[in-house]
Write a protein that binds this ligand. Structure first.
Ligand code: GLN
Length: 540
């Protein structure tokens, strides 16, 4: 029988519920249990695919082509699960489905209401994610903060689910904040008390508390929290800030969180421990012997979360190469203002990530040129690959004003153009080329050296592509195609010959990188950057 863990958050947002959920997943997997992790998001968009990164942060793409919340990235990086469309449910998705049923006549005669129709739909989506896959535990993270109007139906649904499944089969974990008030020199428990109280008001009793804190909680303080929040004393855990997020599972295990969960849910399992994780991830992450500086030239740079998976994948590259990776975040528009040398001079590698729309494009093109001309390792991802193609077409092949038709409909040289299948698309939501596709890799290339196999699968999210009309002209000048989607012969990877490391890919390799198994292109890009830096930074 599948058991359920619900994770709610209180007091403030951004406490790291996603990382807490992923870490609990990791702990349960280390006990040989089969898990999945789901995120419920209270907003009305059907998925975050139509949201601006400034609003939402990164959109994480799954194998099955769902555009989802970035927390699913944490779930995949910490655990072995492969998420899909059922792992992220939004209010919009729930209402969409209920309204479709209503129009079809499924509820004929009935008034369709939040309770029971919306809450039933939510419960169904929670049960669905664990169904038929032999899942022992579904970990379900509820987005938003307790007390928000928007997440109420989700909370009501999980309250009902506990009644339905029985107490021993459902666990409520509440992530909360115990702030340190400097003026008083004290940690304060009142916000936590109120948040747990707010949960109780709607009928949910927290079983375990994870208290985010800057300082350790004393035994006395834990007792106080337990008393006022109506939980066992050994159910108050501290989640202190750690140096590296990958330490969180270990920190929670050291306090016995895994044991407590197993006991409360009556799970039968065997502990394999976190030895592998410590050896392969934590130790190398905390004790790097080399160093490299990599610039990420993006257009949503001031937002921490917009390139989450890219930043993580670069760190994985560091772990794989025993190096610390210093990420220099460069706003591409600033390159247009101040020039490349000023902002990129001295970096060991340059990465241009994905994106949409005209703003900042010329800055990205300049970054590519700077990397190409100065022999600095370059990695272009999706839009970054498209910018590399545009730059090469313009400045090496002499195709004046070459561009993507996304940015200039009348360009004389559409080096990047709309995918054929996109020409008929009129709706914006969920209609890009999305999800996992195969890619055939050309031998005797740096791309092949990274992957070491002829066929790979990567995740996509785009509408435009390399225009194969220009393939020969580009190849003659040195930019060769090293990866193609076999069925439609779409160009998926390009590589510049005679450059230390210059690769652009149409897909998003960052979504498949993990701390203990870095995605190969990231691993090699970081390796090349370290090497370039060790040559003294000044390029020949
Ligand atoms: N805007 C480009 C396209 O739609 C690139 C997309 C991306 O970087 N994810 O093809």
């Amino acid at each position: 029988m599948t058991k359920y863990i619900f994770i709610t958050g209180g007091v403030v947002s951004s406490l790291g519920k996603g990382i807490a959920s992923a870490s609990i997943g990791k702990l349960l997997e280390s006990k040989g249990l089969k898990i999945t992790i789901q995120k419920l998001d209270p907003y009305i968009n059907v998925d975050p695919g139509t949201m601006n990164p400034f609003q939402h942060g990164e959109v994480y793409v799954t194998d099955d082509g769902a555009e989802t919340d970035l927390d699913l990235g944490h779930y995949e990086r910490f655990t072995s699960i492969v998420t899909g469309k059922d792992n992220n449910v939004t209010t919009g998705k729930i209402y969409n489905s209920v309204i479709t049923k209503e129009r079809r006549g499924d509820y004929l005669g009935g008034t369709v209401q939040v309770v029971p129709h919306i809450t039933n739909e939510i419960k169904d989506s929670i049960k669905r994610v664990g169904r038929g896959k032999g899942i022992d535990v579904v970990i379900c993270e509820i987005g938003g903060t307790v007390g928000d109007i928007e997440s109420l139906p989700f909370l009501e649904a999980i309250r009902q689910l506990r009644l339905e499944k029985g107490r021993g089969n459902v666990l409520n974990i509440h992530l909360t904040l115990v702030p340190y008030i400097r003026a008083a020199g004290e940690l304060k428990t009142k916000p936590t008390q109120h948040s747990v109280q707010k949960l109780r008001e709607i009928g949910i009793q927290a079983d375990l508390l994870l208290c985010r804190t800057e300082k350790s909680l004393s035994k006395k303080l834990k007792e106080k929290i337990a008393l006022f929040c109506n939980v066992d004393e050994d159910a108050v855990f501290e989640a202190k800030d750690v140096k590296d997020i990958y330490e969180v599972p270990l920190m929670l295990k050291q306090q016995g969180l895994d044991k407590k969960i197993v006991k409360l849910l009556g799970l039968h399992c065997r502990d394999k421990g976190l030895k592998d994780w410590v050896e392969k991830v934590i130790k190398p992450a905390l004790n790097p012997s080399k160093h490299t500086t990599i610039a990420v030239v993006g257009k949503y740079i001031e937002l921490q979360d917009a390139y989450k998976s890219i930043y993580e994948a670069l760190r994985h590259g560091g772990i794989a190469n025993n190096a610390s990776v210093d990420i220099k975040k460069v706003e591409s528009e600033n390159l247009e203002k101040y020039g490349a040398e000023k902002l990129l001079g001295g970096v060991d590698g340059i990465l241009v990530p994905g994106g949409f729309g005209t703003r900042g494009i010329e800055g990205k093109v300049r970054a590519v040129r700077f990397a190409r001309e100065n022999n600095i390792p370059f990695f272009g991802i999706c839009l970054g690959m498209q910018c590399a193609t545009i730059e090469f077409a313009r400045n090496v092949c002499g195709l004046d004003r070459a561009n993507s038709t996304e940015f200039d409909k009348n360009t004389p040289h559409p080096a990047i153009s709309l995918l054929e299948e996109q020409r008929r698309v009129t709706q914006m939501g969920g209609t890009m080329r999305l999800g996992k596709f195969p890619c055939r890799i050309r031998k005797n290339t740096k791309t092949y050296e990274a992957y070491k196999k002829p066929l790979v699968y990567e995740r996509h999210r785009h509408r435009y592509e390399f225009n194969s009309k220009y393939q020969d002209a580009m190849a003659k000048c040195g930019l060769i195609v090293t990866g193609v989607f076999p069925k439609a012969r779409l160009v998926e990877i390009v590589e510049l010959q005679g450059h230390p490391w210059f690769i652009g890919c149409q897909f998003h390799p960052e979504f498949k990188s993990k701390p203990d198994s870095c995605q190969p292109l990231f691993r090699e890009f970081v390796r090349a950057s370290i090497e370039s830096g060790s040559k003294g930074g000044k390029r020949q």
